[in-house]
Design a protein around this ligand. Structure first.
Ligand SMILES: [Zn+2]
Length: 270
C-alpha cells in the first residue's frame, strides 16, 4: 500500500476498473477467486439461437428489476474524490452497471456498454432498457409475478441476467421500428468493442501519467491491452485486485486486496 502511494503521488491517474469494484455493491464477480464457474453468453449464441434469446430476455427482464437496487460503494466514491481534486483523468470501466456514474464520476468510458440501453441489430437504433421493460411486461402479462418467488434471493449477474427456469413461453420484443432483433447495448464474448470507444479509451490512458487497475483480473484482451499500452509508454501501473491478474507482469506495484478499502485509502493518502 505504501508503495502504491509512493508511485502514484503527484501523478494524474487514469483508472481501469472491472467487476471487483462492484462486488461490494452486491453484484457478483464471476471471474473472482471465490466465484462459481459460469459459462458466459456469447454473441454468436444470442444472434443465432432464437430459443436462447427468449431465455436470455426472460432472465434479463427479471434481473433488470433488481439492478435499480444496487448502489455505489466506497471504491466508487474514492474515485469521485480523486477526480474532484484533479488527480484522476478519468475512468475506463469494463462494468456495465453504471455505478461510477451513479457515484458522481464525470469522465467515464463504459468500455463494454451499459445495461440501461438496448440496440437493434438490424437498424442500429438505440432505445432505453426502461422503455423495453414496459413493452416486455405488456407482452408477458403475469410473468414477473409468476417468477417473483423464484428470485427472492437469487444472484443477479453483472448484465442483469437472473437465474430462473420457466422461460419457454416468454415473448421477447422485436424492434418497434423495423422488427429486428434487440440486444442489450453490452459487448458480449465474441463481440468487439466499437472502434471509436477503444480509441477514446486509449486517449484517456494517454492523458494520465499512471494507470491504476482496480478489480479486474484482466482476463480478456479488451482490458489487458490498456495495461500493455501504459507499460510500453513507461508509465507506472498499479494493480489492485484480489488474486492474480494477467497484467501482473506489467505492474509497478500490485496490491492483493479488495478495491473498496484500498481505493478509499488511496484517496485519503494521495
Ligand atoms: Zn430496428
Amino acid at each position: 500500500m505504501d508503495d502504491a502511494v509512493r508511485v502514484l503521488a503527484g501523478l494524474r491517474i487514469t483508472a481501469l476498473t472491472g467487476a471487483g469494484v462492484s462486488t461490494d455493491s452486491g453484484i457478483p464477480d464471476y471471474r473472482g477467486p471465490d466465484s462459481p464457474p459460469r459459462n458466459p453468453m456469447t454473441y454468436q449464441q444470442f444472434v443465432q439461437d432464437e430459443a436462447f434469446r427468449r431465455h436470455y430476455w426472460a432472465r434479463n427482464h427479471v434481473g433488470w428489476q433488481h439492478m435499480h437496487r444496487t448502489h455505489p460503494n466506497a471504491g466508487h466514491r474514492a474515485l469521485v474524490r480523486l477526480e474532484e481534486r484533479g488527480l484522476l483523468a478519468g475512468i475506463v470501466t469494463q462494468n456495465v452497471d453504471l455505478l461510477h456514474e451513479d457515484a458522481g464520476s464525470r469522465n467515464v468510458i463504459d468500455l463494454h456498454g451499459r445495461y440501461d440501453r438496448v440496440v437493434c441489430l438490424q437498424c442500429r437504433r438505440v432505445v432505453s432498457r426502461e422503455h423495453l421493460a414496459e413493452r416486455l411486461t405488456a407482452l408477458n402479462p403475469g410473468f414477473l409475478e409468476s417468477v417473483a418467488n423464484d428470485v427472492a434471493d437469487i444472484e443477479i449477474a453483472p448484465d442483469a441476467d437472473a437465474v430462473i427456469e420457466a422461460t419457454s413461453h416468454f415473448r421477447p420484443a422485436p424492434c418497434e421500428f423495423c422488427g429486428g432483433v434487440l440486444k442489450p447495448e453490452i459487448v458480449y464474448f465474441g463481440e468487439n468493442v466499437p472502434r471509436a470507444r477503444v480509441e477514446a479509451a486509449f486517449a484517456l490512458v494517454d492523458d494520465g501519467d499512471a494507470l491504476l487497475v482496480a478489480g479486474s483480473s484482466l482476463t480478456v484482451m479488451s482490458g489487458l491491452r490498456f495495461v500493455r499500452h501504459a507499460a510500453r509508454a513507461g508509465k507506472p501501473v498499479v494493480i489492485v485486485n484480489r488474486g492474480i491478474t494477467r497484467g501482473d507482469v506489467h505492474a509497478t506495484v500490485k496490491v492483493d486486496a479488495g478495491t473498496s478499502e484500498v481505493l478509499a485509502q488511496l484517496a485519503d493518502l494521495l
